[in-house]
Design a protein around this ligand. Structure first.
Ligand code: NAP
Ligand code: HSE
Length: 431
């Protein structure tokens, strides 16, 4: 076997220690499968004195990035710090020096992916990022390689483990939002700044990566319509159940003749839909290609070993490439297709509002929906007002977002309407 290749790890937190564990535990089989040995030469951390989740030779820990980036012997840099900076600068520098990079950093890939792919190609280096989307689920490689003969029409899924964990516990156990978020943090699922999960930024980053690969179009984060889960209440969950739906944070990418739709938001999906039974930290990604038809990828979307599994797979790919003296085996070709505005999206909607409980109120609300061409599929009013506003819930038929918004703007001005408490999009046919 050839001389072992040297790896430098940047970051030794949840995923870093997961990767280390797998590389130690399965060292022999991994080397045999890669056809070349490897050695973890250095690990960059912020705090050298912090207790670590694994036994590690402390002499390979460093707080100085130069010990990894300036070491000509280190051929592969594994970036597991997270966030944009300094991770982006370190990846750039590594690629510029011809080092191969493996990362699980969706923020960096979503923001600078096209630039980094070019930089890698210019420097004869590989850039792999399977761990960036779906934790342990293989999805990047299928989109980059296995499905290369298809025109992908749709990619849609649950891609954030933290929010799926929160929504599952809120639905099944009526648990409190903040308490469940704290649990997800303790389990190592949440981002350093949990608002990245809760407000949908993490899912938006992942959608950018998936949709860019699926539709061969460099999509920027600002082009993704995004809403998080912080406005979801027990009331919304109860109404969803009443109508036969489950609420999930979905990342949705669809190709239409006029352009591409990319959006992340809480969604009502029929409770019999396969995505409705994806619970806890599990993720699932549905892909539809013109040749292959429908595919579903399912597995643990976060955590040390699941994500470590994806990162290690990338490391093995790079080791194999190094052994064979090849790199950058997958060409990236970009198509010129527009990204559609959320105003142009056509879908169904759940609307929960509070209105005075007296004769004629429903007629006024319905007239304003009708005036903008919004047609109602179902409606429910709960309780008797006795002077207080009562919740009224509507589910619409398919309508353009701009029309729905126009009708809600009119309804909000009605004196009998106290507030429009929540609006949630509905996917996936009837009940
Ligand atoms: P983490 O537990 O917070 O670990 C981050 C590591 O980076 C720590 O070891 C930290 O050092 C080090 N670090 C942070 N800032 C640094 C700096 N400026 N210089 C040097 N080292 C620095 O994060 P994680 O959960 O492992 O996530 C790592 C990456 O994987 C992120 O991009 C994340 O989005 C992605 N990811 C995470 C998961 C998951 O389940 N957690 C799943 C998929 C992808 P200290 O230990 O000394 O503080
Ligand atoms: N914070 C992310 C999640 C980690 O909860 O899905 C996995 O990317």
């Amino acid at each position: 076997m050839d001389k072992p290749l040297k790896l430098g790890l940047l970051g030794f937190g949840t995923v870093g220690t997961g990767v280390y564990r797998i590389l130690q535990r399965n060292r022999a089989v991994i080397s045999a499968r890669a056809g070349v040995g490897f050695e973890i030469a250095k690990i960059l951390v912020r705090d050298l004195n912090k207790p670590r989740a694994v036994e590690v030779d402390r002499s390979i820990l460093t707080a100085d990035p130069r010990e990894v980036l300036d070491d000509p012997e280190i051929a592969i840099v594994v970036e597991l710090i997270g966030g944009l900076e300094p991770a982006y600068q370190y990846i750039r520098e590594a690629l510029s020096k011809g080092k191969h990079v493996v990362t699980a950093n969706k923020a960096v890939i979503a923001t600078y992916g096209a630039r980094l792919i070019r930089l890698a190609a210019e420097n004869g280096a590989d850039l792999y990022y399977e761990g960036a989307v779906g934790g342990g689920i293989p999805i990047i490689k299928p989109l980059r390689e296995s499905l290369v003969g298809n025109r992908i029409e749709e990619v849609m899924g649950i891609v954030n483990g933290t929010t799926n964990y929160i929504l599952t516990k809120m639905t099944r156990e009526k648990a409190d939002f903040a308490a469940v978020l704290a649990e997800a943090q303790a389990l190592g699922y949440a981002e350093a700044d949990p608002s990245a999960d809760v407000e949908g930024f993490d899912a938006a980053h992942k959608l950018v990566i998936l949709a860019s690969l699926a539709f061969q179009k460099p999509i920027s984060v600002s082009q993704v319509y995004r809403e998080g889960v912080s406005k979801i209440t027990q009331e919304d969950i109860a109404f969803a159940e009443h109508f036969g739906y489950t609420i999930k944070l979905l990342a949705i990418g669809k190709r239409h003749p006029q352009g591409i739709e990319v959006r992340v938001h809480p969604t009502f999906i029929p409770s019999r839909h396969p995505l409705a039974s994806v619970h806890g930290v599990f993720n699932a990604i549905y892909v539809r290609g013109d040749a292959v038809g429908e595919l579903m990828f399912y597995g643990r979307g976060a955590g040390d070993l699941p994500t470590g599994s994806a990162v290690v797979a990338d490391i093995v790919d790079v080791l194999r490439n190094c052994r064979q003296g090849t790199h950058h085996r997958v060409e990236t070709l970009w198509e010129d297709v527009p990204v559609l505005s959320i105003d142009d999206v056509r879908t169904r909607y759940y609307i929960r509002l509070h209105a005075v409980d007296k004769p004629g109120v429903l007629a006024q609300v319905a007239a304003n929906f009708g005036a903008e061409g919004v047609s109602i599929e179902s409606m429910v009013q709960q309780g008797r007002g006795e002077g207080q506003p009562v919740p009224i819930v509507f589910i619409t038929h398919d309508v353009e977002e701009r029309r729905l918004r126009a009708s809600l703007a009119r309804i909000a001005t009605l004196p009998v309407v106290k507030d429009i408490a929540n609006v949630i999009r509905v996917e996936g046919g009837g009940r």
